[in-house]
Write a protein that binds this ligand. Structure first.
Ligand code: PCA
Length: 225
C-alpha cells in the first residue's frame, strides 16, 4: 500500500458536510480556521456518507501519511466540546446519510474488533479547553452514525500499521464532536450552541495539544453510568 515505506508525517484535520436538518456544519468553519492558524495542517471536508467518508479517510491517510488524524463532527444537542474516547464497529443510522444509505446494525469493518480506543491525548485536550474557559468533557460514545464510522475506520487503519515503521513514529487518531454553532443557518430544531469563534478556538487548541510531544493526563473523566 502506498505510504507503507514512508514515515508518517504531518497532521490531518477533517470536517463534515451539512446533513439531515442541519444546513451548515460548524466543523467546516473550524477546519478553515485550523488551516489559517496551524501551518502545515492538511484539512478536508468529508461527505456525510458511510461508504464515501470511510473510503476517503483511508485514502487521505494513504496519500499523506499523517502522524495525527483529528476528525470533527457536529453533535447537535451537546453543550460542550467532546473528544471521543472510543469508536465502535457498528453502523446503526437513525436517518439516511447524504447518499440515502441507512445501514442498520452493520459493521464498519467486517471481522474488525468491536471497538477501537482513540489515541489523541483526550484528557489533556479537555483540561486545556477548560483552562481556557471553553466547556469540554470526554465522551464515551461517538454514536453509531457517520462520525463514529470515520473514527473507527481511521483507528482501524492506524492500528493495522502501528509499529510498521523503522523510525517508530506513532500514528494517533481521534475524533472531536462539537455543539451547534450560534452563527448557524436556521435549523428545524433548537439546539444548545457555542459561538463559532469558540468552536474554532477549541479545535485549534485541540490540534496544538495533539501535536505537541506529551503524554496524556491521568485523572478521572469517567462516569458512573
Ligand atoms: N455529525 C454526524 C455526521 C456528520 C456530522 O458532522 C455524526 O455525529 O455522526
Amino acid at each position: 500500500m502506498a505510504g507503507d515505506q514512508l514515515p508518517y508525517e504531518g497532521v490531518l484535520v477533517t470536517a463534515f458536510d451539512p446533513f439531515g436538518e442541519h444546513k451548515t456544519n460548524p466543523t467546516i468553519a473550524a477546519a478553515e480556521a485550523v488551516a489559517r492558524e496551524c501551518p502545515g495542517v492538511l484539512t478536508e471536508v468529508l461527505p456525510v456518507e458511510f461508504e464515501a467518508a470511510t473510503v476517503r479517510i483511508r485514502e487521505l491517510m494513504d496519500e499523506h501519511h499523517p502522524h495525527t488524524v483529528i476528525s470533527m463532527g457536529l453533535a447537535a444537542g451537546r453543550t460542550e466540546i467532546t473528544p471521543e474516547r472510543v469508536a465502535i464497529n457498528v453502523m446503526d443510522a437513525p436517518i439516511p446519510d447524504n447518499s440515502g444509505a441507512q445501514p442498520i446494525d452493520e459493521p464498519v469493518v467486517k471481522g474488525g474488533p468491536a471497538a477501537h480506543f482513540l489515541t489523541l491525548p483526550n484528557k489533556a485536550i479537555v483540561q486545556a479547553l477548560k483552562d481556557e474557559g471553553i466547556p469540554a468533557s470526554l465522551s464515551n460514545s461517538a454514536g453509531t452514525y457517520v462520525c463514529n464510522a470515520v473514527a473507527y475506520a481511521a483507528a482501524e487503519y492506524a492500528e493495522s500499521r502501528q509499529g510498521v515503521f523503522s523510525n517508530g513514529t506513532v500514528l494517533n487518531t481521534g475524533f472531536i464532536h462539537v455543539p451547534e454553532s450560534a452563527d448557524r443557518s436556521p435549523v428545524t430544531g433548537e439546539y444548545p450552541a457555542l459561538s463559532q469563534h469558540t468552536v474554532n478556538a477549541a479545535v485549534i487548541l485541540s490540534t496544538q495539544i495533539s501535536t505537541e510531544p506529551r503524554s496524556d493526563l491521568r485523572y478521572s473523566a469517567g462516569k458512573i453510568s
